[in-house]
Design a protein around this ligand. Structure first.
Ligand code: OAD
Length: 246
């Protein structure tokens, strides 16, 4: 059972008022499920070079390697379960009248847990697309076996995630900017807040007058601008906030 953590009166009253809430999540929310984060001591980018695995040029230069790396990550994700942090955000969605969940994660865990209308800024690792005709594939059905598989049009199939140097899905980022600028309460959860444009969202929320909260195991780039930081695991802090819902 999660205990009540100590929060400010300002946050308490925003929780009770059922204000307009936006939550931005990053890799840290899935860390307690066993999904590796990107930065930090055990982070993926400590062991692997993003320019060799997470760019379009890398895929063109070595499609087998890039495909295999994503298969390795997919395998990790398939075997893991959502944690209490993901579950608490389902309660957030039920409780607040206006609630938007924006994630940088490609693991699909929010949706798997039951969160609805999740804005996936960086795509979804389970989905694929053809580099030639752009056709999206929710499964590999209809593709031609291979590493990577091929689309019937002849193009290589790639994961439908955003790589370095690529644009974010336009509708998703526009929506994220809009709701962040209009919300009353914004949570930045488990993200190092260094990768833009996602990292701009807490700043946009702040500029729009929102009360900005951070939930992280350690301070980040935005800690000095947020109104309140809750230091600790999101799988413990988020469920403890649910206890303040009336
Ligand atoms: P990072 O790996 O940069 O940051 C993870 C954050 O989670 C760090 O600030 C940790 O301190 C924090 N953290 C770790 N465990 C936690 C826990 N149990 N509870 C709360 N916080 C915890 O991951 P992101 O910020 O998500 O982009 O990275 C942003 C983007 O960079 C990713 O979406 C990915 C990557 O390159 C693409 O692939 C396009």
């Amino acid at each position: 059972m999660s205990k009540r953590i100590s929060i400010s009166d300002a946050l308490k009253s925003l929780l009770v008022k059922k204000t307009k809430v936006v939550v931005l999540t990053g890799a840290g929310i899935s860390a307690e499920s066993g999904v590796p984060t990107f930065r930090g001591e055990e982070g993926l980018w400590k062991k692997f070079r993003p320019e060799e695995l997470a760019t379009f040029d890398a895929f063109m230069a070595n499609p087998e390697l890039v495909w295999e790396w994503y298969e390795y990550r997919r395998k990790i994700i398939e075997e893991i379960k959502p944690n209490p942090g993901h579950l608490a955000l389902v309660d957030f969605q039920r409780y607040f009248d206006k609630f938007d969940l924006i994630t940088q994660n490609v693991d699909g865990l929010h949706r798997k847990t039951g969160s609805k209308n999740v804005i996936e800024l960086h795509g979804n690792i389970r989905r694929n697309k053809c580099i030639q005709c752009g056709k999206k594939y929710e499964s590999l059905e209809g593709t031609i076996d291979g590493i990577p598989p091929k689309c019937p049009c002849g193009g290589n199939i790639r994961p439908d995630v955003v790589w370095f140097g690529e644009m974010l899905p336009q509708d998703a980022i526009n929506y994220a900017f809009a709701v962040s600028s209009e919300c009353d309460l914004f949570f930045s959860v488990g993200t190092s807040a260094v990768v833009h444009p996602a990292a701009s969202l807490p700043l946009i929320a702040k500029r729009g007058g929102a009360y900005v909260m951070e939930v992280n195991i350690s301070p980040t780039e935005i800690s000095h601008i947020v109104d309140e930081s809750l230091l600790g695991k999101s799988g413990e802090i988020l469920p403890s906030l649910v206890k303040y819902f009336k």
